[in-house]
Design a protein around this ligand. Structure first.
Ligand code: UDP
Length: 241
């Protein structure tokens, strides 16, 4: 049965690691297949879905920030953006395998592999019911795909950013290190900044704060949670005004 439609349009932010086996690297058919199945289920409700995928299962530019790195950090960020393209192509086929229509749109022109991101064209794809997979972040170094999710949520006028994580939401401390960490139901942007909570990177939070774009942080590992998040059911931690 289709869930009730709550949101018109969402940005789903998946980390690169969500495509890998737990603690692993690379791309697992099992993991990405599970995610795709949930996205397909949620898509039936009529919600327009754009996905921003990270590249951390392959590499992150900041890993090359040390002075003894032979690769300059800016170059490494280009490598990180390419990692998101790899993940986006994998997710495209995984989603199409189960009957969804998709388009990969890259912030960096890479025309043999993907369309280039053009805002109005992305909106058109979404209106036609295609899942838009946004690759290469925002196309500039020294930020992460969290910033891309915020930027695209504003440009595409998404109702909410759904940030998929491995834990149940935002905690007072890292719950994987401290079992007594407290899970928040909701937070203001000021809370996130003041308490220095690790939700998304600071640029992303600043953009969302300035434009009052809500963020829902939720656990995508629990079966059915992606559907719940997209349908507007109570799950995770809500960050908004
Ligand atoms: N990146 C970038 N510009 C962007 C988005 C990403 O330079 O607009 C690079 C950056 O080095 C980042 C890497 O791509 O670390 C992979 O993305 P991210 O770390 O966000 O992946 P995730 O942690 O979500 O898997």
């Amino acid at each position: 049965e289709s869930p009730a439609l709550q949101y018109h349009r969402v940005i789903l932010k998946l980390s690169g690691e969500s495509l890998a086996d737990a603690g692993g690297r690379g791309i697992s058919s099992e993991e990405s297949g599970q995610i795709a199945k949930q996205i397909a289920q949620a898509h039936k409700s009529g919600c327009q879905i754009a996905i921003v995928i990270g590249g951390g299962n392959i590499l992150r530019g900041a890993q090359f920030s040390g002075s003894n790195s032979l690769v300059q950090e800016a170059t490494a960020h280009s490598m990180g953006m390419l990692a998101t393209v790899i993940n986006s192509l994998a997710m495209q086929d995984t989603l199409e395998r189960i009957g969804l229509q998709t388009r990969v749109m890259s912030a960096v022109p890479i025309e043999k592999f993907a369309e280039t991101f053009i805002r109005r064209r992305a909106i058109r794809h979404l209106e036609k019911g295609r899942i838009v997979i946004l690759a290469a972040g925002i196309g500039n170094p020294f930020v992460t795909t969290d910033t891309a999710a915020a930027q695209r949520a504003l440009e595409l006028d998404a109702d909410v950013i759904l940030k998929a994580t491995r834990v149940d939401g935002v905690y007072s401390e890292d719950p994987e290190k401290n079992p007594h960490a407290v899970l928040y139901d909701s937070l203001s942007y000021e809370d996130v900044i003041r308490k220095n909570l690790k939700v998304m990177d600071a640029t992303a939070i600043a953009l969302c704060h300035e434009h009052s774009k809500p963020i829902l942080v939720f656990n995508f590992k629990k079966d059915g949670n992606i559907v719940k998040a997209i349908s507007g059911d109570t799950v995770g931690t809500w960050i908004g005004k």
